[in-house]
Design a protein around this ligand. Structure first.
Ligand SMILES: [Zn+2]
Length: 234
């Protein structure tokens, strides 16, 4: 049976102890794999603790233009260097509860993609990046943010990259504002605030995710989703 897998590289820049961080990662990974079960399997390929006990405080980073922030840019560049520029999703555990106010209040997770190489509409490479705060713990935040990355695709129609939810959009019931990146069903993983229990994904969401450039196809999967020998320092 063909299995679709996505590699993850995880970086801790918070002040929790290694044991607590590993426990949290296992929970997030478990939630991501349950939410995407039967569609995508996430495999942690590398876990990186900071050599110099570097701490990045989420509340020092405004929630809009996160990836233009110098501190975050530097963090991502050192993470990429540490993995020798592997393709996958780079996850960063930041210190503190929320990002500084910008794009809304109480933001606990942010995601984005960065193009590495573009040859044509069918031949391109990018990687994903996700930042999580302490308040994203115990939820489906990682699973949700991963969705935004897996929906990135080339749209032949208007020759541009899109990352809209194929089962979207979300329409705000009060303001009627349309949000193409999210889903209108409260039970769906991609509802703007991901459901606290048993989120579902649609067939179309799964199909788009499987075709994402960072998903790999394996005929069978004998790999563990999490390896302890993958612990490193950066
Ligand atoms: Zn979202």
């Amino acid at each position: 049976m063909a299995i679709y897998t996505v590699d993850m590289y995880v970086f801790f820049v918070n002040d929790a102890n290694p044991g607590a961080n590993i426990k949290r990662l296992k929970q997030d990974l478990f939630n991501a794999n349950s939410a995407w079960k039967g569609c995508i399997q996430f495999t942690v390929k590398g876990i990186f603790f900071s050599k110099r006990k570097r701490i990045v405080n989420a509340d020092s980073i405004p929630a809009n233009n996160v990836f233009k922030n110098k501190q975050i840019d530097y963090l991502i560049r050192s993470a990429r260097y540490s993995t020798s520029y592997k393709t996958g999703i780079y996850i960063f555990y930041l210190n503190g509860d929320y990002f500084a106010e910008g794009r809304g209040k109480n933001v606990v997770g942010v995601s984005g993609t960065e193009m590495v190489d573009f040859k044509s509409s069918k031949d391109y490479e990018f990687f994903g990046r996700i930042l999580l705060t302490d308040m994203a713990a115990g939820r489906y935040t990682l699973a949700h943010e991963v969705g935004h990355i897996l929906f990135k695709r080339y749209n032949e129609g208007d020759n541009t990259f899109i990352h809209s939810d194929p089962s979207g959009p979300y329409i705000d019931s009060q303001t009627k504002r349309i949000d193409p990146a999210h889903n209108n069903s409260r039970k769906n993983l991609m509802f703007p605030i991901s459901p606290p229990v048993n989120p579902v994904i649609t067939f179309d969401q799964c199909q788009v995710a499987k075709q994402c450039k960072i998903a790999k196809v394996r005929i069978e999967n004998f790999e563990e989703v999490f390896k302890f020998n993958s612990i490193n320092y950066f």
